[in-house]
Design a protein around this ligand. Structure first.
Ligand code: FAD
Length: 368
């Protein structure tokens, strides 16, 4: 049928890398007629369809193939120089077609509540779906995070987040302060400094960025992911996987450093009407150390997009959701709920593996 059914055994919410991997394995584990996959985006691709146009696959950290059918095979060409925002959606569309993965879209899941011995999900149009289990894979893209800094409401210039970036052109001739120590912060700082004519860039973050000169070592990657996994097993809010792996010192970053683009300053303590200042008093004007800028560009990361699960009250006293089981995809307080892309699985490879673990867990639970 081409309509969402009013009940199912497994409701998969979100059809990005994690949701597609889960659906692929649900089919492998003979649950093809027992799940429904809903996504509120207009088309395939998960959050990749919304990434800024200058982010090519080569510039991305590394987009791992989905299980069973790779990007190069699906698209018939190597797409390294293509914008991720077009190549990945094209690939995901082919992937869905190849395995007959049915994604209902655009269908928004507004909230999920307990009902009987399962759950009821309320959709954007007010209709409901009853389900026995949930695989949630809603990513982080829709929850951009900006830290609170005193005076943030006073700034008269422009503030934006990575989420809202569409390219360097808008920054021509502007004084731009980039905030953040992750990959996006560094990449976009360099892009604006190099490609926005007449722009002057500045860079601040709370922790000093650590560049890693050593070649990528899978063992180091595993240790970093293990640290994030430990946090979610202990009920602490996850940190990003990158925040524990450090930043790779790529040729582009080395060149930017040589050209003086990566001049870093510690985090400012206050935002003023015209910029920021360090160790400044109440108004910010009596401080000695201040910087006037036109734009504050927050590259301060994302949080998990889990608002629709709020009625389930999954968060514990540690501020996070305590996770358990295979690859920590299972909510400890309610094993009928699987969270993908939360903590250690918030990467394309993590999402692949978590999709398999979640499908396995749900198959066990349903006795499939
Ligand atoms: P998403 O791709 O975000 O998919 C979530 C889906 O859920 C979306 O399609 C959305 O429409 C849907 N959805 C959300 N809420 C609802 C709702 N309430 N109802 C219905 N549908 C909903 N990782 C890497 O491994 N390599 C990289 O190079 C890399 N680059 C990145 C670059 C940026 C700028 C960012 C922000 C992240 C990057 N990541 C990268 C991390 C990356 O986002 C994840 O690895 C992965 O793509 C996330 O997949 P996902 O399926 O968990 O989430």
């Amino acid at each position: 049928s081409d309509r969402v059914a009013p009940s199912c055994d497994v409701l998969v919410i979100g059809g990005g890398q994690a949701g597609l991997s889960a659906a692929y394995f649900l089919q492998r584990f003979s649950l093809q007629d027992r799940y429904q996959l809903l996504d509120h985006a207009p088309g395939p691709g998960g959050a990749w369809q919304f990434r800024w146009p200058t982010l090519t696959l080569a510039a991305a950290n590394r987009v791992h193939d989905l299980p069973g059918y790779g990007l190069v095979e699906a698209l018939g060409r190597d797409c390294e120089t293509f914008p991720a925002a077009s190549a990945v959606p094209e690939y995901f569309a082919k992937y869905e077609e190849k395995f007959g993965l049915r994604v209902f879209r655009p269908v928004d899941v507004r909230s999920v509540e307990h009902a009987g011995d399962g759950f009821v999900a309320t959709l954007g149009d007010g209709t409901t779906i009853a389900t026995r289990t949930i695989i949630n894979s809603t990513g982080t893209w829709e929850r951009p995070f900006i830290p609170h800094v005193p005076g943030i409401g006073d700034f008269r210039g422009r503030q934006l987040h990575t989420h809202d970036y569409i390219g360097p052109e808008a920054f021509a001739g502007k004084r731009v302060l980039v905030v953040g120590a992750g990959i996006s912060a560094v990449q976009l700082l360099i892009e604006i400094a190099r490609s926005a004519p007449g722009a002057q860039t500045f860079w601040c973050s709370r922790t000093e960025p650590v560049f890693d000169d050593t070649p990528f070592d899978p063992e180091k990657g595993r240790r970093a992911v293990a640290r994030v996994e430990e946090r979610v097993r202990a009920g602490l809010p996850p940190t990003s996987v990158v925040s524990v792996t450090g930043l790779a010192l790529t040729p582009a970053i080395k060149a930017a450093r040589d050209d003086g683009i990566l001049a870093w300053r510690p985090m400012f303590t206050r935002i003023t009407e015209t910029g920021v200042c360090w160790d400044c008093g109440g108004s910010g004007r009596d401080g000695t150390d201040s910087l006037d800028v036109d734009v504050i560009f927050w590259n301060t990361g994302f949080r998990s997009a889990l608002d629709h699960l709020a009625p389930l009250r999954l968060r514990g006293p540690g501020g996070g959701i305590t996770m358990t089981g295979r690859l920590a995809t299972t909510v400890a307080a309610d094993p009928r709920v699987q969270l993908l892309g939360y903590g250690p699985s918030a990467s394309t490879i993590g999402a692949n593996r978590a999709g398999r673990a979640a499908a396995r867990n749900v198959a066990d639970l349903l006795g499939a």
